[in-house]
Design a protein around this ligand. Structure first.
Ligand code: ATP
Ligand code: MG
Length: 259
């Protein structure tokens, strides 16, 4: 099984769309995919129009002393035999970070929640909130790799430095094996790219080489992403012949275990 945290504490850089649409592309390859919505804003849950089941919620599971299974919700299945499931988010998630701070094992709570589910899936992707808090630490403590969406803007470089420092701290204190820096995806790039964007991308390429964090691809800005979301579908399913479907499929193919 592969496990990936889609992370960047900078808000609105395309984490949720990337998680959703790579998930769709992996399911199209016949993989059994679980998307975990760890962001209290619940944008991934809303985008895929899934309704949390009545049972134990993710927020309760993270803060409860009781071990109870959280049931993912099925979004769709694919002709190739893949499935796309979601561990949805509820409003209760808003207070989880504050509550976790008071609890024992606070960074390992997600690990405990996902352990009984991992056997059911080939790929688990976590959509992280735009914060470097204990909730994000839970994702970084559990996943084997990180995928980092970035925008071609100057603030990106500073944000990346902070994020890489946080990853180093998590490696040091919360993990046995270091997180794999799977790579960055340049998201929401306006086409044609401006001179400004191109110069930021040059700087990003330098940082990518230094930090051993490859740039895996580019997702242009396009209304097809918003349209798919509006219909509660992933891009590969909603617009299978679009350029964006090709982009997300190529990104899915960078995942381990996939040929
Ligand atoms: N390639 C794209 N083309 C057009 N719109 C996009 C694209 N990628 C993302 N968006 C839109 O931009 C907004 C921000 O994207 P998204 O929610 O994925 O970012 P995020 O990093 O998850 O944000 P947050 O930090 O708030 O969780 C959303 O409205 C989303 O639908
Ligand atoms: Mg998001």
């Amino acid at each position: 099984m592969t496990s990936t945290a889609v992370v960047n504490q900078k808000g609105g850089v395309g984490k949720t769309e990337l998680t959703t649409n790579i998930g769709g592309a992996l399911a199209e390859l016949g993989r059994r995919v679980l998307l975990v919505d760890l962001d209290p804003s619940g944008y991934l849950t809303d985008g895929l129009k899934v309704t949390p089941s009545d049972g134990f919620s993710l927020a309760e599971a993270l803060t409860s002393s009781r071990r109870a299974r959280v049931e993912p919700v099925r979004h769709s299945t694919t002709e190739q035999g893949g499935v796309l499931d979601v561990l949805p988010n509820t409003a209760a998630m808003l207070t989880v970070a504050r509550e976790l701070d008071k609890l024992r094992g606070r960074e390992q709570r997600l690990t405990r929640v996902l352990a009984p589910l991992a056997g059911d899936y080939d790929d688990v992707l976590i959509d992280c909130p735009p914060t470097l808090d204990v909730v994000t630490d839970n994702a970084l403590a559990w996943a084997e790799r990180v995928l980092i969406p970035v925008q071609a803007e100057d603030t990106t470089l500073k944000a990346l430095q902070l994020l890489l420092a946080q990853i180093a701290a998590v490696d040091e204190f919360l993990r046995d094996e270091r997180l794999v820096l799977h790579g960055m995806v340049v998201s929401m790039l306006r086409r044609p790219a401006s001179v400004y964007a191109r110069s930021v991308l040059d700087d990003l390429a330098k940082l990518a080489a230094q930090a051993d964090l490859p740039i895996l691809g580019t997702v242009p800005l396009s209304v097809v992403v918003s349209e798919a979301r509006r219909h509660g579908r992933t891009v590969v399913d909603y617009a299978p012949n679009s350029h964006h479907a090709t982009v997300y499929r190529a990104l899915a193919k960078t995942f381990p275990e996939i040929r």
